[in-house]
Design a protein around this ligand. Structure first.
Ligand SMILES: Cc1ncc(COP(=O)(O)O)c(C=O)c1O
Length: 333
C-alpha cells in the first residue's frame, strides 16, 4: 500500500496549491465518548485549519486558489447563503493570497453583522446580496457581477457553491492521506470515518483517497441537506471526476450516506444535534455548529447508543462551521 500512497501523494503535488491550512491538523482520542461507550472514538480537527476561523473549506481552497493563481486571476468570486462558511473562508483565502474577494450572499443582511458576515466584513470582502435561497439565482447574479468586474479590467476566478468541483475535491483526497499519517502516529487503524456532507465535495475527496489506495475502512457522510440517493449520486459523480484527474477510478459502493439526520430541513435545528453539541462541549471541551457538525455528531452518538460501532475504531471528522454559534436567528443560513 505504501507505494500506492506515495504515487497518489506525488500526483497531488503536481496541482498548483496555495498553503491555506496549517497541517497536519490535530487528531486525538475523544476520551469521554470512548470510555463511556466502550468504542475507540477519535476526532480529526479540521475546525483548526488555522486561517479565517478554520474549517473544511480551506482544504478545497488551497487547490482552487492555486488554480486561480495559475490563471493569473486577481479576484475571487463565490456565492452562498448569508452565513456561508465557504464564503468566509474564501474571504480569508483572498486576504492570505493578496486577491480581492467578492461574495454573492443569498438572503438578507441582518441589521447588525454577526457570525460569518461579521468576519466577511472584517476580512474586507465586497458583499452583494440577493434575496433568494435558489442556487441557480445565485449563479445568475454571480455571472452579472463577473461581467461588471471584467468590464473594469479585473481577472475573475469564479468558484461555484461550496467549492465542490474536482480541483477543490482533490483537497480532501490530500486530507485522506493526512489521516493515514495520523493513524501511523497514533498507532491506530481506523475502521470508519464519519463526517457532515453538504454539497458532497468533502466526502467525494475522501472516497477518492479510499479507492485509490484500496483502504478497507468505511466512510459515512451524514447528509445535512439532500436526500440520501441525491447526495450519493452527487458524491459519486464528483468522486469519479476527481479520481479521473488523479488517474484512477472511484467505486459507487464506497459512497455511503446516512440520510436520517437532516431534520425538517437544511440549517433547521434538531434535538439530537442540540444534545450532541452539549455533550461535545461539556464532556470533550469541543464546540460544534448546528448546521453541519452537530448533525453529524448526532448521527455518531445515535450509532454509539445503538451499538452500531462495536469493535470499530471510529474517526469523527470535525469540519468546522463554528462562527454559526455567534449568528443570531435573524441571519441564519
Ligand atoms: C462546517 C461545514 N461542514 C461540512 C460541510 C460540508 O462539506 P461539503 O459541502 O464538502 O459536503 C460544510 C459545507 O459548507 C461546512 O461549512
Amino acid at each position: 500500500m505504501n507505494e500506492i500512497i506515495s504515487h497518489l501523494r506525488k500526483k497531488l503535488e503536481t496541482f498548483p496549491r496555495v498553503p491555506l491550512s496549517i497541517v497536519p491538523t490535530p487528531c486525538h482520542r475523544l476520551n469521554f465518548l470512548s470510555d463511556h461507550f466502550g468504542v475507540e472514538v477519535y476526532c480529526k480537527r479540521d475546525d483548526m485549519t488555522g486561517y479565517g476561523f478554520g474549517g473544511n473549506k480551506s482544504r478545497k481552497l488551497e487547490f482552487l486558489v492555486g488554480e486561480a493563481r495559475q490563471h493569473r486571476c486577481d479576484t475571487l468570486l463565490t456565492c452562498g447563503g448569508v452565513q456561508s462558511n465557504f464564503c468566509r473562508l474564501t474571504a480569508a483565502a483572498g486576504a492570505v493570497s493578496g486577491m480581492s474577494v467578492h461574495l454573492l450572499l443569498g438572503g438578507k443582511r441582518s441589521s447588525r453583522a454577526n457570525g460569518n458576515v461579521l468576519l466577511d466584513e472584517l476580512l474586507s470582502a465586497e458583499m452583494h446580496y440577493v434575496d433568494s435561497d435558489n442556487w441557480a439565482v445565485w449563479e445568475e447574479e454571480s455571472e452579472k457581477i463577473t461581467e461588471t468586474l471584467e468590464s473594469q479590467g479585473k481577472k475573475v476566478f469564479r468558484i461555484p457553491v461550496g467549492g465542490s468541483v474536482p480541483v477543490g475535491v482533490a483537497g480532501y483526497t490530500a486530507v485522506f492521506l493526512e489521516i493515514l499519517t495520523d493513524q501511523n502516529r497514533l498507532g491506530v487503524d481506523f475502521d470508519h470515518i464519519i463526517h457532515a456532507s453538504g454539497s458532497g465535495g468533502t466526502q467525494a475527496g475522501l472516497v477518492v483517497g479510499k479507492d485509490l489506495v484500496n483502504w478497507p475502512g468505511r466512510i459515512t457522510g451524514v447528509s445535512v441537506a439532500m436526500k440520501r440517493e441525491e447526495i450519493e449520486d452527487k458524491v459519486y459523480t464528483l468522486a469519479s471526476e476527481t479520481a479521473g484527474l488523479l488517474g484512477g477510478r472511484a467505486r459507487m459502493d464506497s459512497v455511503k450516506v446516512d440520510g436520517n439526520h437532516i431534520g425538517p430541513a437544511y440549517a433547521v435545528r434538531t434535538e439530537r444535534a442540540e444534545r450532541a453539541i452539549e455533550l461535545f462541549a461539556r464532556k470533550e471541551g469541543i464546540f460544534l455548529d448546528h448546521v453541519y457538525t452537530g448533525k453529524a455528531a448526532g448521527a455518531l452518538i445515535d450509532g454509539l447508543d445503538k451499538g452500531l460501532f462495536k469493535g470499530q475504531k471510529v474517526l469523527f471528522l470535525h469540519t468546522g462551521g463554528l462562527p454559526e454559534l455567534f449568528a443570531n436567528e435573524e441571519s441564519k443560513q
